[in-house]
Design a protein around this ligand. Sequence first.
Ligand code: BES
Ligand code: MN
Ligand code: ZN
Length: 466
Amino acid sequence: MSALHPDLLTTDAAGAVPVRFVGPAGEIEPGLRPWAGANGFKGKPGQLLVAPNADGGVAAVLVGAGETFDPMTARSLPARLPPGLYRLEAELEHAGTAALAFLLGSYAFDRYKARPERAPVRLVAPDGLDVASTLRIASACALAREMIDTPAADMGPLQIETIAREIAEAAGASIAVTTGDVLLEDNYPAVHAVGRAAAPHRAPRVIEVGWNLDRADLPLVALVGKGVVFDSGGLDIKPAVGMRNMKKDMGGAAHALALGRLVMQANLPVRLVVLVAAVENAISGDAFRPGDVLSSRRGLTIEIGNTDAEGRLILADILTRAGEHSPDLTLDFATLTGAARVALGPELPPLYTDDDALAADLLAAGQAVRDPLWRMPLWPGYRGAVEAEIADLRNDSAAWAQAGSVTAALFLQRFAPTTGSWAHMDIFAWNPKARPGWPEGGEAQALRACFELLTRRFGHNNASVR
Ligand code: BES
Ligand code: MN
Ligand code: ZN
């Protein structure tokens, strides 16, 4: 996987072009007013004015900031500015976030298409910014996006395992991988059932990375991810439109691995377990079927109402596994339901947790780093919707409840660790509509919010990057 170029953020300000954020009531300096007027620049959000100097170079850039400045606006700059070196001017309250946004906006998925050679658009790091940390955060988001963007043929269970091995090795972490029929011996029956229809070289696997595990004095954080490398729906096959983007169904695993790498690179004083189930929800004579009853690592039986509700099945087993480490905090990421998008749309991931303090802290962290989450309820009234007649649970929640993202979360809750706190994020992991700085394709969601939370809760000096 390619890395973000560290030169994009530099500390050498020589010759940098100033970039100013201007609101609707903001002052435009007298020398630029005619040019701004001629170009209709009024400081509206999304507006950009590149002002030339006498030599035909760029004198200054004005960026419309609207009423309240959103530092994420800076995501659009790399794609819209002429090549060169820029600096964010003035005492921006959120200069650090804007610099990070600039790096996020520099991401392009170019694995299969050579783009025209273009000199880079680079940024001077704002004063006081922790450049290394900002680059690490942006790289984590780029890793998640690249994994999501890579088609299923090139991002199968083995490729996810390989990336996990690289991450573990670079950090001096341990890694254990359980593959194929060994999943049955090692008691991951649901992971095996969902993934067993895939071709042998794409066999299902549970990947577990452990770091600092001998440091019993440190809090233990478990990061858990849904890694369905392609979700055909299984025998309950998806219609074409619904299947089209299902290469992204390993987005949760990408998030857990990228966040895990970030935690280890930042050397956060925690014990860390990253748990990912990498499977292909495929169709073959050996596929699991509607009506089958699966067992699970926890011992609860699950009646399969729909083979397309596969994510909660694999998560059941690895959430149980996470619990065996007695974690203080468990965060899971999963592209779990289409209903999450119906509820909140593609930009706002639902957050589920019973821990009010954790919810408040996560929402606040997300707000601070502009990586929003929205809390949804683990509504006890709907618990019955995931109970079955002939088994302990059903994977397709009963129709009367609707609320598909909520009932999926309630299903997971039955398997979540009982030590510490657990939060589940039903992420979309995708930009469905291209905007400058937000290309259509894979997106990191809640990753920066979770890292900010971990830094605030467990960091050495409770420092945060802003
Ligand atoms: N991976 C999908 C959910 C999904 C679909 C996420 C589209 C993001 C975009 C999941 O495995 C799934 O198919 N869920 C079903 C569950 C249903 C069969 C109970 C769904 O949401 O329709
Ligand atoms: Mn599915
Ligand atoms: Zn799925």
